[in-house]
Design a binder for this molecule. Structure first.
Ligand code: IMP
Ligand code: MG
Length: 179
């Protein structure tokens, strides 16, 4: 596996991200919501670098598989924190097609949040399927499949402290194992 971002580079990037968020909101209270499961590691680091009064929550969004519409995203509201009249920041691991964030931003608006912005660790340089962009981005990366620092391949590698690129031979080695 090739290292794309080291632990130190990730730390510096998240610190920069926190600085931009602090500059935007000042000391204004904020509700930050982690998109599970990929943003888990970023979220834990980021919330400890922010200085305004925070409420934290999580949301689960998963793409519905097996149906005819492969792009359908199912949002589980069960664990969702109350957002009515709150300024909300949605935190996700990566902006790829952008469909996940687009859908969730819409959902939070419908639930009555007074403002909703988004922060991501990574944005892939590729054509995005939606017109929105994340408000805060730590790193722009090439269109490669990355794992580590929360990001997975079939739920593996989330615990790696660095960000690695999963290449064709890594995938071949993995498909030899039972996943
Ligand atoms: P979207 O395409 O922007 O909706 O992103 C959907 C989700 O796909 C992200 O939240 C990630 O969980 C996952 N994803 C996209 N690209 C990668 C990648 O390179 N590695 C691991 N997960 C990814
Ligand atoms: Mg994922």
């Amino acid at each position: 596996m090739r290292t794309l971002l080291t632990e130190q580079e990730l730390h510096a990037g998240v610190n920069r991200l926190a600085g931009e968020i602090d500059a935007c909101y000042g000391n204004h209270p904020l509700t930050v919501i982690a998109v599970m499961t990929g943003s888990l590691v970023l979220f834990a680091d980021l919330i400890r670098m922010l200085s305004m009064p925070l409420r934290v929550g999580i949301v689960q969004a998963s793409s519905y598989r097996g149906g005819t519409d492969a792009g359908e995203l199912v949002v589980d509201r069960a664990m969702m924190i109350d957002v009515v009249g709150r300024d909300v920041l949605l935190v996700d691991d990566i902006f790829d097609t952008g469909k996940t964030l687009h859908r969730l931003l819409d959902e939070l608006g419908q639930l009555g949040a007074s403002s909703v912005r988004s922060a991501v660790l990574l944005r892939k340089q590729r054509p995005h399927a939606v017109s929105i962009r994340p408000d805060f981005t730590a790193f722009e990366i090439a269109d490669e499949f990355v794992v580590g620092y929360g990001l997975d391949y079939r739920d593996h590698f989330r615990n790696l402290p660095f960000l690695g690129v999963l290449e064709a031979d890594d995938l071949a080695a993995l498909s030899g194992e039972s996943a």
